[in-house]
Design a protein around this ligand. Structure first.
Ligand code: NAD
Ligand code: DAU
Length: 344
């Protein structure tokens, strides 16, 4: 099969490319990525010369370019990871989120309609369900939990999900959607909580925890997410939504302390700063459906995954040091410079 993977030079997309090439050497992977600040071609270096792999630098909003590629490659499956993915950036500048996450999704699906595919899979997020209260551990997100978004990012992802469902109902496009909780693992851009805290701790810089750090996220090792998507796009039911999560809820402050403990750094590096606007309190996924229908279960326990991840950042300093040497410095100043310290 020919499989187009968009956003394959980013965090989850690159891990998915590696997973597919290893698990399904009979398939061909065509990676489409615009190489925004979050995309990194060097991540894909180990597979760039693999004959089962092709990299194409292309914006998913570029209709002509996408149609031309579909004509050339005649893909069987399209998996859409490409997105603007960072909530804080969406709060500063929503427009690009609407363009890539909504318009880009519609361009890809128009190409799927025009050229014919067996499956279009949309990689979505648990953030489309909004948040849950901190004092109701009995509540979880189910596939039929109403959409109730908080940030421009989650709203753009929810809009894309609605479009995907509309293309299924109106045009009969064979689609599926997955909504996953927070991922962690190798190659995550150091603007996200875990890699940012690792990088700062290693440089003995302050670790900026939003508010009191009591917000809860449900963490999943990235390879478990990749495995779930692989199952859904090959064996999942057309038209269905699948939640993906590891039943692993953690408070931000506990994650930060765990990272400091592992690196042997003092808690005095923690700095509580102004909270994120509209900050979602808690995410928690019920993954019963994907377990019952496709037999999926997470394989990496958080205690092992987090060690593996921290070790990866220690062993691959060049990868993230290259990133934080560039434009990232301006991003960091702009994003964190205006935050006030609210205690430590
Ligand atoms: P990322 O920001 O690390 O990577 C995004 C990739 O998309 C980058 O390589 C970037 O260059 C590319 N891209 C951006 N705009 C593009 C465009 N217009 N055309 C082509 N390529 C473009 O993101 P990630 O964390 O790997 O997330 C991947 C997907 O998974 C996103 O759709 C995100 O919403 C979803 N998701 C992420 C998480 C998470 O915890 N990171 C959890 C659930 C779902
Ligand atoms: O739940 C899935 C989502 O997880 C994905 O859809 C998003 O693409 C992905 O970015 C992630 O969103 P979050 O907003 O949960 O991830 P982030 O790493 O930005 O933040 C995790 C938590 O840590 C959140 O409560 C905010 C907090 N935080 C984050 C940063 C960057 C801090 O306290 N300090 C920070 O500097």
């Amino acid at each position: 099969m020919n499989i187009i993977v968009t956003g394959g030079a980013g965090f989850i997309g690159s891990n998915f490319v590696f997973y597919e090439l290893k698990q399904h050497p009979e398939d061909r992977i065509i990676c489409v990525d615009k190489l925004t600040y979050a995309g990194n071609l060097s991540t894909l270096e180990p597979v760039l010369h693999n004959p089962a792999f092709r990299f194409v630098k292309l914006d998913i909003c570029d209709r002509d370019g996408i149609y031309k590629l579909f004509e050339e490659e005649k893909p069987d499956i399209v998996v859409n990871f490409a997105a603007e993915s960072h909530v804080d950036r969406s709060i500063e500048n929503p427009t690009i989120f609407l363009e890539t996450n909504i318009i880009g999704t519609s361009v890809l699906m128009d190409a799927c309609r025009k050229y014919g595919i067996t499956r279009y899979h949309q990689v979505s997020t648990d953030e489309v369900y909004g948040d849950l209260p901190l004092d109701r551990p009995d509540l979880l997100f189910h596939e039929d939990t109403p959409i109730h978004t908080s940030s421009p990012y989650s709203t753009s992802k929810a809009s894309a999900d609605l479009l995907v469902q509309a293309y299924h109902r109106t045009y009969g496009l064979p689609v599926s959607i997955s909504r996953c909780s927070n991922n962690y693992g190798p190659y995550q851009f150091p603007e996200k909580l875990i890699p940012l805290m690792i990088a700062n701790a290693l440089a003995d810089k302050k670790l900026p925890v939003y508010g009191e750090g009591l917000n809860v996220r449900d963490w999943l090792y990235v390879e478990d997410h990749c495995k779930a998507i692989d199952l859904i796009m090959r064996k999942g039911t057309v038209g269905e939504i699948y939640n993906i999560g590891g039943h692993n809820e953690m408070r931000n402050i506990d994650i930060v302390k765990l990272i400091l403990d592992y690196l042997g750094k003092p808690y005095s590096l923690i700095e509580h700063v102004t909270d994120r606007k509209g900050h979602d309190r808690r995410y928690a996924i019920d993954p019963t459906k994907i377990h019952n229908e496709l037999g999926w279960l997470p394989e990496t326990m958080f205690k092992d995954g987090i060690k593996k991840t921290i070790q990866w950042y220690l062993d691959n300093k060049e990868w993230w040091e290259n990133i934080i040497r560039g434009d990232y410095q301006n991003y960091y100043k702009e994003m964190y410079g205006k935050k006030e310290v609210i205690g430590s």
